[in-house]
Design a protein around this ligand. Structure first.
Ligand SMILES: [Zn+2]
Length: 77
């Protein structure tokens, strides 16, 4: 019984840590409306502006389909 609790605590700690790792910066281009991760090949040769991810979302930027595929919300149009 205790062992299961310890496992849960460990899992919770892991989840918290990975959530904190998500609070990273993203990169946007001057004309684009998508935000990219640092290693995205679409922004490799472009001039980018680094900003906080939450800020980018607040400003209306959407996740890039190439590098942030897991964050793209299905569009309902
Ligand atoms: Zn990208």
């Amino acid at each position: 019984m205790f062992k299961r609790f310890a496992m849960m605590a460990l899992l919770l700690a892991f989840l918290t840590a990975s959530t904190a790792a998500f609070a990273d910066n993203v990169y946007v281009t001057a004309k684009g409306n998508k935000y990219h991760k640092a290693d995205c090949r679409l922004i490799k040769n472009k001039q980018t502006v680094e900003m906080d991810k939450q800020k980018a979302i607040q400003q209306g930027y959407k996740p890039c389909k190439k590098c942030s595929k897991d964050e793209v919300q299905p569009e309902n149009k």
